[in-house]
Design a protein around this ligand. Structure first.
Ligand SMILES: NC(=O)c1ccc[n+]([C@@H]2O[C@H](COP(=O)([O-])OP(=O)(O)OC[C@H]3O[C@@H](n4cnc5c(N)ncnc54)[C@H](O)[C@@H]3O)[C@@H](O)[C@H]2O)c1
Ligand SMILES: [Zn+2]
Length: 372
């Protein structure tokens, strides 16, 4: 602590352990969920479930059996609408706050949320703000949320038509990636986590990129072991970025994990969120990889290799809304969301990111023409 006549600077540190558990059967007696709760000892537990998960009957049966034998559970699980609709208004946030109030949950209680990234974001926001923060256990239910957003520390909803306009940084008590949840995903949601895995591999881990390349047929064919292996590594890379990257709450200008995301976020907005986040990221990556070539950073053969991989996994790498005149405003909106100067990531090679602070509209227009 430093003190002078009229100023005191007293630094403090909060110790936090980010806990990720990997399983294919969360509800086994004495399994991962039971042991996390044995440590947390919550007075009451509220379970919130994404309505998309209701198509996974075996998972729901196990959940119901677990609820029956576990004390402290409030009523029936609260089922909320899944997908971006969960974030586009405050209905999900309000229903969770109402359930917290109605069931008298306090800060010694706990919420278990089972859902895709959108439901995790909205329910996490409600949990973080009620009583200034209830512990939450996340069980991400999509490939994207198991490999990326679910292990993050961000929560929030969209407002004024802008992505994640209202939200907080608040780490969950723990994250459980249960691979049995992936079985009920449709084709688009199945592949969704792979574009984020490719993103993080391009920035941080060439061997993961090679693994996805080598297993692209298995991944496309819904091989669960191939998928779990990629998602686990993606989750670990995302998690390590948060715990060891020196900027868990994104106070700095650079946001390496948002590679390809300025375009992805704008495209989601222009399509009224009918495009999945994973597909939007695949297109965003294709654009930023092609920009990296145009700006003289990246060899065209590497860019082709990346775009071909996305293509072979079934991802779109182009969209009719890219020629919408509004599309390029995404660059400025991205800057505003981050605050400060524009910082975008480009690639010099795989595992060789570089930052830029300006991206000319003309460069992006040329790239969009090329992708067509
Ligand atoms: N907080 C963060 O750090 C962060 C990071 C990246 C993305 N995100 C957010 O995550 C959201 C995207 O999440 P997502 O890709 O997980 O998709 P999603 O949450 O939008 O869900 C997609 C669809 O899958 C359904 N679904 C969920 N689980 C299912 C299951 N097991 N079986 C069948 N259907 C299921 C949902 O009901 C929904 O219809 C976006 O809002 C994005 O902004 C947040
Ligand atoms: Zn993303």
């Amino acid at each position: 602590m430093t003190c002078s006549n009229n100023s005191i600077d007293a630094p403090f540190t909060i110790k936090w352990t980010h806990k990720l558990r990997l399983t294919n059967s969360s509800f086994t007696e004495g399994g991962v969920l039971d042991s996390l709760l044995a440590t947390l000892q919550p007075l009451k537990i509220l379970v919130v479930v994404d309505d998309g998960v209701t198509s996974n009957q075996p998972f729901l049966n196990s959940l119901h059996k677990w609820c029956e034998r576990t004390g402290a559970i409030c009523d029936e699980p609260l089922i909320v609408i899944g997908g971006e609709a969960a974030k586009n208004d405050f209905n999900v946030v309000n229903s969770v706050l109402e359930a917290i109030n109605h069931n008298n949950l306090c800060r010694k209680s706990c919420i278990i949320v089972i859902g895709g990234g959108a439901v995790l974001d909205a329910v996490g926001f409600a949990a973080s703000t009620a009583h200034r923060g209830l512990p939450i256990i996340r069980m991400p239910s999509t490939s994207l949320s198991q490999g990326d957003s679910g292990v993050g520390v961000k929560n929030g909803v969209n407002y004024f038509g802008k992505k994640n306009f209202v939200g907080v940084f608040d780490p969950p008590y723990a994250v459980i990636n249960d691979s049995s949840l992936l079985q009920s995903l449709d084709k688009t949601q199945w592949r969704s986590g792979l574009s984020e895995a490719i993103k993080v591999a391009l920035i941080k881990d060439e061997s993961l990129f090679e693994q996805i390349e080598a297993n692209s047929k298995l991944l496309l064919g819904r091989d669960i072991n191939a998928m779990v292996s990629v998602l686990q590594q993606s989750a670990k890379l995302h998690l390590r970025h948060i715990t060891d990257g020196g900027d868990p709450f994104e106070r700095l200008d650079a946001r390496p994990l948002d590679f390809g995301h300025w375009a992805a976020h704008k495209l989601e907005q222009l399509t009224n969120y009918t495009i999945s986040h994973g597909d939007a990221v695949a297109i965003g990556l294709s654009i930023d990889v092609a920009c990296s070539v145009r700006l003289g950073f990246l060899d065209n053969s590497v860019a082709m290799r990346i775009v071909s991989l996305l293509d072979s996994l079934g991802f779109p790498t182009n969209h009719s809304e890219l020629t919408n005149t509004e599309f390029l405003t995404g660059i400025e909106e991205f800057r505003q969301h981050l605050g400060g100067q524009l910082t975008l990531l480009m690639l010099k090679g795989i595992e060789e990111p570089t930052e830029i602070h300006r991206l000319d509209h003309e460069v992006v227009r040329q790239v969009i023409n090329e992708l067509r």
